[in-house]
Design a protein around this ligand. Structure first.
Ligand code: PHE
Length: 344
C-alpha cells in the first residue's frame, strides 16, 4: 500500500488544530496513535510492502507519529488552561446573585445621626474611657463619696484598686458625664463637645433596662452661657431628630453636676400631644437630662472661679432609638437577631 504522508500530515494538523475540547482531542489521539489507529496500520502494512518501499514507509510513519504526538501534547496543554480560565457564557436574563449586605447596627446609626446633628451645630465628638475612678465618675461631678446621691447612679465596681486613691476601687462608668471632666482637663474654653459611649449600671434586665447601654453627653463651656441657649439648642436638636413640628418642655429636676437642672420632654411626635401608645397617653416623651454646669464641677477641673459658664446634657441612645422607631424592648438591640437588625 502506498501512503501519502504529506496528505496525512496536513490532515492530522488540521484536525488537531480544529479540536475544541479535550474529548475531541482524545478521539483524534485514538484515531492516529490508538492500538488499531492509523499509525499502527501503517506499521503493519510494512510486512506486505516491497523492499524499496519499506524505508520510505518506515520513515514516514515515524515522522507522522512524532508530529502527531507533539501536536497533541501542545493542543492538550492549551485546552486544559482554557478550560480552567474559561468564563461561562453570561446569560444576562438570569436573576442576579444577591450578596448579603452588612450595615451599621441601629444603635451605631442612632449615635451617628445624633452626633452629626451636633457637629452641624459646631460640636466636636470626643470619647472617654469606660473604666473610671470615683473622682471622675462622682466626686468631680459634685457627687460626694458615700453621699446618697450616688445611689441614683448605681455602679459596678471592679476588683482593681485605684492607683491614685488608696483603699478605693476603679469602676465601670455609670454615665458619660465623667467624659465632661476629661474634656475640661484637656481643653480650655470655649469648647463644645458631644461624648458618645457605653455606660454600665447593675440593673435587672427587662424590657426597658439593661446593665449596659449607651449615652451621649453634651458639654458647652464659654463666657456667658445662658439657660435659654440650652433650651434653644436642644429644641433645634430635637426637631432635627424627631421632626419639625415637635414642641419642647423643660421640667425642673435635680442633678448634682448641674444647677439649675431639668428633664427634657418633647411633645409626642406620633400623636402631637393628644396621647397614644408611644407616649403612654401622656402626650409627652422624656428624652434627656440637662442643666447649667455646676460651679463645683468647674472647681474640680481647676477652672478659675466665676470665669466660665456652661451647659450640659445627657441622653440615652437606646431610649431615643426606641422612641424614634417604635421599638418596645431594649433587649432586641443586643440579641443580634437579623430579622430585627435588618429592618434598619
Ligand atoms: N448623667 C446624667 C444621667 O446619667 C444625665 C445628664 C447629663 C444630666 C448632663 C444633666 C447633664 O442621667
Amino acid at each position: 500500500m502506498s501512503w501519502d504522508f504529506k496528505a496525512l500530515e496536513v490532515s492530522a494538523q488540521t484536525q488537531i488544530a480544529q479540536a475544541n475540547s479535550l474529548p475531541v482531542l482524545e478521539a483524534i489521539r485514538q484515531k492516529y496513535l490508538g492500538r488499531k489507529g492509523l499509525i499502527a496500520q501503517i506499521y503493519s502494512s510494512l510486512a506486505g510492502s516491497s523492499a524499496e518501499e519499506k524505508p520510505r514507509i518506515g520513515k514516514g510513519a515515524n515522522e507522522l507519529k512524532d508530529l502527531v504526538t507533539g501536536l497533541l501534547q501542545t493542543k492538550q496543554t492549551e485546552l486544559r488552561s482554557q478550560e480552567k480560565s474559561e468564563v461561562k457564557a453570561l446569560d444576562v436574563s438570569l436573576p442576579g446573585v444577591s450578596f448579603p449586605l452588612g450595615r451599621p447596627h441601629i444603635l451605631t446609626q442612632t449615635i451617628d445621626e445624633i452626633c452629626t446633628i451636633f457637629e452641624r451645630l459646631g460640636f466636636v465628638v470626643e470619647e472617654g474611657p469606660e473604666i473610671e475612678n470615683e473622682f471622675n465618675n462622682f466626686t468631680a461631678l459634685n457627687i460626694p463619696v458615700d453621699h446618697p446621691a450616688r445611689d441614683a447612679f448605681d455602679t459596678f465596681y471592679l476588683d482593681v484598686p485605684d492607683p491614685q486613691n488608696p483603699g478605693r476601687y476603679l469602676l465601670l462608668r455609670s454615665h458619660t458625664s465623667p467624659g465632661q471632666i476629661h474634656v475640661m482637663k484637656k481643653y480650655r474654653p470655649p469648647l463644645a463637645v458631644v461624648i458618645p459611649g457605653r455606660v454600665y449600671r447593675p440593673d435587672a434586665v427587662d424590657a426597658s433596662h439593661c446593665f449596659m447601654f449607651h449615652q451621649i453627653e453634651g458639654l458647652l463651656v464659654d463666657d456667658n452661657v445662658k439657660f435659654s441657649d440650652l433650651k434653644g439648642m436642644l429644641e433645634t436638636f430635637c426637631r432635627h431628630l424627631f421632626g419639625e413640628k415637635i414642641r419642647l418642655r423643660l421640667r425642673p429636676h435635680f442633678f448634682p453636676f448641674t444647677e439649675p437642672s431639668a428633664d427634657v420632654d418633647i411633645s409626642c411626635y406620633l400623636c402631637d400631644g393628644k396621647g397614644c401608645s408611644v407616649c403612654k397617653k401622656k402626650g409627652w416623651l422624656e428624652v434627656m437630662g440637662c442643666g447649667l454646669v455646676h460651679p463645683k464641677v468647674f472647681e474640680a477641673v481647676g477652672y478659675p472661679k466665676g470665669k466660665y459658664t456652661g451647659l450640659a446634657f445627657g441622653m440615652g441612645v437606646e431610649r431615643l432609638a426606641m422612641l424614634k422607631h417604635g421599638i418596645s424592648d431594649i433587649r432586641l438591640f443586643f440579641e443580634n437577631d437579623l430579622r430585627f437588625l435588618k429592618q434598619f
